[in-house]
Design a protein around this ligand. Sequence first.
Ligand SMILES: *[C@@H]1O[C@H](CO)[C@@H](O)[C@H](O)[C@H]1NC(C)=O
Ligand SMILES: *[C@@H]1O[C@H](CO)[C@@H](O)[C@H](O)[C@H]1NC(C)=O
Length: 198
Amino acid sequence: DTGGSVLLPCYCADLHTKLQTGLTWKYKTKGDEWEVISSESGQYRDRVQLVNGQSPGNLSLLISHLTEEDGGVYQCYVLGVGHVYLTLTVKGCLLVNRSESLRITAYTGGSVLLPCYCTDLHTKPQTFTWKYKTKGDEWEEISSGSGQYRDRVQLVNGHSPGNLSLLISHLTEEDRGLYQCYVLGVGHVYITLTVKGK
Ligand SMILES: *[C@@H]1O[C@H](CO)[C@@H](O)[C@H](O)[C@H]1NC(C)=O
Ligand SMILES: *[C@@H]1O[C@H](CO)[C@@H](O)[C@H](O)[C@H]1NC(C)=O
C-alpha cells in the first residue's frame, strides 16, 4: 500500500554465503532502462536498505514510504551469478470523480457533506488536504483549528480510511464557493457549494 513498506526477497540458496561485492538492485525506468537503486540519490533516496542482518546470503531489499511510482519491475543482480526479477504492484487511492467538478446545494445553519473518496475504501492515501478558494482567488487549506472553518469542519472517515469526505456544519452564506479535495500524487475533486437561505 502507498505509504507502507515492502521487502523485495532475494537470497542465496545457502544463507551463509558471503558476497564480497557484486550485488546490485536495479529498477526499470519508464524509458525501459535498468537503473541502479541508491539510498543516496534519486527516487529511492533514504527509502531503501538491505536487510541481510543475520544472514549474509540474504540480499533482500526493504523499500519504505512507498508511492505509486514505485510500482514496476525490479532486478536483484549478482555479478557472475545471475539475477532475479520481481514485479511490484503498489495499491493506492484512486479517486472517484477525479478531476471532476461536483455541485452541491445546502442551507444556512445546516450542515453539508462534501464527498471525496477512493474507489477502494480500505486504502488510505498518504496525504490529502481540503482547500477552499478565497475571494482573492487563492487556494487555502481548511482547518478546524483556525480561520473561517474553525470548529465547524470534521473528517468523517471513521470506519473507511478511503472516505475523505468533509462535513461542514453551521453553514453561512460565506461558505459558498469552490472547494477542492486534494490527494498528493493522485489528483483532486472539485466541488462547487451553493448555500441558500432557509
Ligand atoms: C531476509 O531478511 C528479512 C529481514 O530480516 C527477513 O524478513 C526474511 O525472511 C529473510 N529471508 C530469508 C530467506 O531468510
Ligand atoms: C463517507 O462517510 C460518510 C459519513 O459517515 C457517509 O455518509 C458516506 O456515505 C461515506 N461515503 C462512502 C462513499 O462510503
